[in-house]
Write a protein that binds this ligand. Structure first.
Ligand code: CA
Length: 254
């Protein structure tokens, strides 16, 4: 289930749409490692802490470089039952210090009261163990999207690759400055691929990102949409310049 294949995803600020640096606070080594690998596989940069105190230091910086330490971290995934300072206290402290970073609580405690307490101390979402990795990743992406659109409404609104320009807010695509008409799914697939040119995406990863993790259909659907996209974008669809097939893996742009 955990793959290291795509860990080398490119990481310039231009193409890190929807991705960012995640701080994972979890004392159980197996969960910590599994979650960290899955997030890295999705293109996130992952920092880990095995207790609340260490996490707090990473968030606020050490005494000699306290300034701006938080600016880097875009999401915190927080276990509740931790040795020393527990997750709720850490969450409270983070909010008390005025840090506006999305927090997703992971916990074995799943009663309604626990969820309410978690959300009341400033967490944004709550996932009960045991959880599915795809659900965790989908929730992380949703939280980041919400925060990014709240804080940076116009950020990275035009994604470019060679002659293709994709305007995310206007949902328009231009090929050599001529607008081409795409269906919503075609647009989303292209938006995903252009967000990380050269990265190889498997059909399952494309399904997760474009259709959602609860999609029940066949992943051949991806092939059909790629074919339609090629007909609209490529000069010679049978010998594509942009939408390349990577045999045995999936697709990439460029
Ligand atoms: Ca724990």
């Amino acid at each position: 289930m955990v793959s290291l294949r795509s860990k080398a995803a490119p990481a310039t600020s231009e193409i890190r749409v929807g991705l960012g640096k995640v701080l994972l606070v979890e004392d159980e080594a197996l969960i910590r490692e599994t979650v960290a690998l899955s997030l890295a596989d999705e293109g996130f940069e992952v920092l880990v802490a095995d207790n609340g105190q260490r996490a707090l230091e990473m968030l606020t910086g050490s005494a000699d470089q306290r300034k701006g330490a938080i600016a880097d971290i875009s999401l915190i995934i927080l276990d509740l039952m931790l040795p020393g300072m527990n997750g709720l206290d850490l969450c409270r402290l983070v909010r008390h210090q005025g840090m506006d970073v999305p927090i997703l609580i992971l916990s074995a405690k799943g009663t309604e009261t626990d969820r309410v307490v978690g959300l009341e101390v400033g967490a944004d979402d709550y996932l009960t163990k045991p959880f599915g990795m795809r659900e965790l990743i989908a929730r992380c992406r949703a939280l980041l999207r919400r925060y990014q659109s709240k804080t940076k409404p116009d950020s990275k609104s035009v994604l470019k690759f060679e002659d293709i320009a994709l305007h995310t807010n206007e949902c328009q695509v231009f090929l050599s400055e001529k607008e081409i008409s795409l269906s919503p799914k075609e647009f989303k697939i292209l938006e995903l691929l252009i967000s990380q040119p050269k990265r190889v995406w498997s059909r399952d990863q494309i399904i997760d990102q474009v259709w959602g993790y609860d999609f029940m259909g066949d992943n051949k659907t991806v092939d059909v949409h790629i074919r339609w996209l090629r007909e609209k974008l490529e000069e010679t669809p049978s010998d594509p310049k942009y939408l390349k097939t990577v045999r045995g893996f999936g697709y990439r742009l460029g």
